[in-house]
Design a protein around this ligand. Structure first.
Ligand code: GLU
Length: 387
């Protein structure tokens, strides 16, 4: 143990605070394949059976699923080590239809209809797209159709880094944010978050409950990733951070444990529960919080960071040290402290060029310097969410 080993309060695993009515369940590749090179239909049957039971009891469930690339690889009978993008996109295309076919069959046993939803970051980054996808998903939930959501890897694997979500833990958190879920359940093949990597350290214990995902908690994730999936504990914690910030509880649990979805949704202690950090923010702020569209960044000094965090003030030019663009007036930007830590997301009142010219200045100098002004603030507090 080092000095900065986190001291985690041993809070008994308490039941959740509320009855969950709308949940997002995420099934990872390692879970769906049970660690093999193909979809494990027995595992999928157990999971879909639980989803069906929940839906019959009136809980709305949106499913985020991985496994397309793994299914495609198996389907094409290729154990090839090829990793290039076009090849993986072919695997995704082949595997996605196989994956959907399996879900369609399994849910039809329970008289449930499924809908395929393939998303890329582009589809939801502007507010209009975000609302559009949201309405479609809510329509499905209302009609008792099971949305089965994956990233559209066939087109998005190939795109520049900013265009893709990249892995499904974050996609699931974005979906939870979109549909205002009460609970996000990330099902994987480990029991949750441990005090150390349990595969290396036998004294590692499961952490039943986390109230705040800070740097100490983040450090527990390590960098371990498995060969087949794109996520790891780190992406799960990032996803939990986004979802809890959107007013949603998050549970990371072992999808192989019997009746795990029923138990978690009923508020029983299982896996690691991350409690919602805030009451659900209003819709526009939730969208901002998803930071999907964040295009640039301004760096602020210590005084400004403190004022934002502690007093909820607007960001004025005086506190800005640097602007990293390009971004335009109206774009979402990240407001970061000098050490790079994001403090808030917000909508910029000025282009990055303008911000560079007025940074460090008093607001009453803006017109003199720029010849125009859109207000005293770089980001108004009404257009900002603190992280
Ligand atoms: N979208 C990928 C797939 O279906 C999975 C991404 C992930 O594992 O997070 O294969």
């Amino acid at each position: 143990m080092t000095d900065d080993t986190p001291v985690l309060p041993s809070i008994p695993a308490a039941p959740s605070r509320r009855a969950y009515r709308r949940i997002v369940a995420k099934f990872g590749t390692n879970l769906l394949t049970a660690g093999t090179d193909r979809l494990d239909l027995e595992v999928m049957a157990a999971l879909t059976g639980q989803v069906a039971r929940l839906m019959r009891s009136g809980v709305q469930v949106a499913l985020v699923t991985s496994g397309a690339i793994a299914a495609g690889r198996h389907r094409l009978g290729t154990e090839s080590r090829r990793r290039d993008v076009p090849f993986r996109q072919v695997l995704a295309a082949v595997g996605q239809s196989h994956l959907m076919h399996s879900y369609d069959q399994l849910f039809s046993w329970h008289d449930l209809v499924v809908a395929q939803v393939l998303l890329t970051k582009h589809d939801i980054e502007d507010r209009e797209g975000y609302l559009n996808v949201r309405n479609t998903l809510l329509g499905m939930l209302e009609m008792g159709v099971v949305p089965i959501i994956n990233e559209n890897d066939v087109v998005s694997l190939d795109e520049v880094a900013e265009a893709k979500i990249g892995e499904n833990d974050n996609l699931a958190a974005l979906v939870a944010n979109l549909v205002e879920a009460d609970l996000l359940v990330i099902l994987t093949n480990t029991d949750g978050l441990f005090t150390a990597d349990p595969t290396i350290d036998p004294s590692a214990t499961l952490i039943p409950r986390v109230e705040r995902i800070d740097e100490h908690v983040m450090r527990l994730a390590g960098d371990a990733r498995s060969a087949r999936s794109r996520g790891g504990m780190k992406t799960k914690l990032q996803a939990a951070q986004l979802a809890t910030g959107s007013g949603c509880d998050v549970v990371i649990a072992n999808g192989h444990a019997p009746a795990i979805l029923d138990r978690v949704t009923a508020g029983e202690a299982a896996g690691t529960l991350f409690t919602a950090g805030v009451d659900r923010p209003e819709s526009r702020k939730r969208w901002l919080r998803s930071a999907l569209a964040a295009r640039g960044r301004v760096v602020v000094d210590g005084g400004a960071a403190r004022a934002l965090r502690e007093s909820g003030t607007s960001l004025l030019p005086a506190g800005v040290i640097a602007a990293e663009g390009p971004f335009r007036r109206g774009d979402t930007i990240t407001i970061a402290a000098e050490n790079g830590q994001p403090v808030a997301y917000g909508i910029a009142n000025y282009d990055d060029d303008d911000v560079r010219r007025i940074r460090g200045q008093r607001s009453n100098r803006i017109v003199d310097i720029l010849g125009h002004a859109y207000g005293a603030e770089i980001v108004h507090r009404n257009n900002m969410v603190l992280l």
